[in-house]
Design a protein around this ligand. Structure first.
Ligand code: ATP
Length: 353
């Protein structure tokens, strides 16, 4: 049956990656109908007040969504993430031979960050300190009262239910990877020593869940130590489970090992919906130059094809991207080349035959 994919190019430089990447997908002549939305600016101009609704309706009319990135002009991310409840953000970190890594031996780096996508500091509750006054809170370490004014606070929320759900997701992923010959190791990192209530809960629940998966090897680290380990021994990692904020930060760090944000794909899953987007933002500093690296979008699209049951096609797309890197002739400036985004995608199309 024909699948329907909603394509949302997003804002700033993101459409310069999404549109040529879509050209590659179309050239694959798959049984997919693409529902294409305009860029954020165009959408605002064309649809005005209705723009957010247009996005929602397009998303709901499709099986899945390929999303560029937004700086606010495309009002779709809140719907895709919060309203659709896409609680698991998968961010593969896999070295493609020929990509520009700062490491002497990046070959063989192949792990996946599973970022909890719903809570932690991203519940968006911040405010003036005087709001906390009635609670009479004290600093756990100094035992002094929290100042009543002269600053702001941010709330971090970790729930047992969401942690259990994301830990189950990560364990199932580790099992699947083990079946493919990978280590089947789950690594959890958070600041459980300083934050025994919140991150402590995350670690406790994750380790409890992992006990039900005896085939999965479990380990955990304090997150600052883990930030070092990502750089020092990335080859040891397989599936890495992180609360939302650490996941956001450390996945940017991890991407640097294998070529940077230009090559970092991601997928966000709920139990019955998924959407796909590069890890990077809208790269406003290079807008209009047509040099944004579409690899992250193409690899996100490959994850999308796999989600749609097009496994062979997903592998073919990944192989075509890898072939362009292996050759090293048509790469974008972030990878040390001089090619434009369109030229890079044309090279991928050629490899696809
Ligand atoms: P966000 O907060 O939305 O994640 P950001 O402000 O952190 O976004 P990005 O838009 O991801 O930042 O860009 C960070 C830097 O990486 C910028 O210099 C940008 O040009 C560069 N960059 C991001 N994505 C790509 C890409 N696909 N190709 C080349 N350079 C990129």
């Amino acid at each position: 049956m024909t699948k329907r994919v909603c394509v949302i190019p997003g804002d700033d430089a993101a459409p310069e990656a999404v549109l040529p990447a879509l050209g590659v997908l179309k050239a694959m002549e798959l049984d997919i109908e693409y529902v294409e939305l305009p860029s954020g600016e165009e959408g605002q101009a064309r649809h005005g007040e209705r723009w957010a609704q247009v996005c929602r309706e397009a998303i709901d009319s499709c099986d899945t969504t390929l999303f560029g990135s937004t700086s606010g002009k495309t009002p779709a991310l809140g719907y895709l993430r919060w309203q659709k409840g896409t609680y698991a953000n998968l961010r593969p970190v896999k070295y493609i031979a020929g990509a520009k890594s700062p490491l002497a031996h990046p070959e063989g780096i192949d792990f996946v960050i599973v970022r909890e996508n719903m809570e932690d500091m991203y519940v968006g509750v911040e405010g003036e300190l005087d709001v906390l006054k009635p609670l009479g809170l004290v600093n756990r370490l100094t035992r002094r009262p929290i100042p009543e004014e002269g600053g702001r606070f941010a709330l971090k929320v970790i729930t047992e239910e969401n942690t259990r759900r994301i830990a189950e997701f990560a364990c199932r992923l580790a099992l699947r990877r083990k079946a493919e010959g990978k280590p089947g190791r789950l690594t959890v990192a958070c600041k459980y020593n300083m934050l025994p209530q919140s991150d402590g809960l995350f670690r406790r629940v994750a380790s409890e869940v992992a006990k039900a998966y005896p085939e999965v090897e479990y380990e955990d680290y304090i997150v600052d130590d883990f930030a070092r380990r990502i750089v020092a021994s990335p080859h040891d990692l397989d599936v890495v489970l992180l609360p939302n904020l650490y996941g956001d930060i450390l996945s940017d760090e991890a991407s640097a090992l294998v070529g940077g944000l230009g090559v970092a794909p991601s997928a966000c899953y709920s139990d019955d919906f998924a959407y796909f987007e590069p890890v990077h933002g809208t790269a406003p500093d290079i807008v209009g130059k047509r040099i944004i690296n579409p690899t992250a979008t193409l690899l996100s699209a490959a994850m999308m094809l796999e989600h749609l049951g097009l496994r062979e096609e997903a592998s073919a797309l990944e192989r075509a991207v890898a072939a362009v890197y292996a050759e090293g002739r048509v790469l974008t400036p972030d990878q040390g080349g001089t090619a434009t985004s369109d030229e890079f995608c044309a090279a991928v199309r050629q490899k696809l035959g």
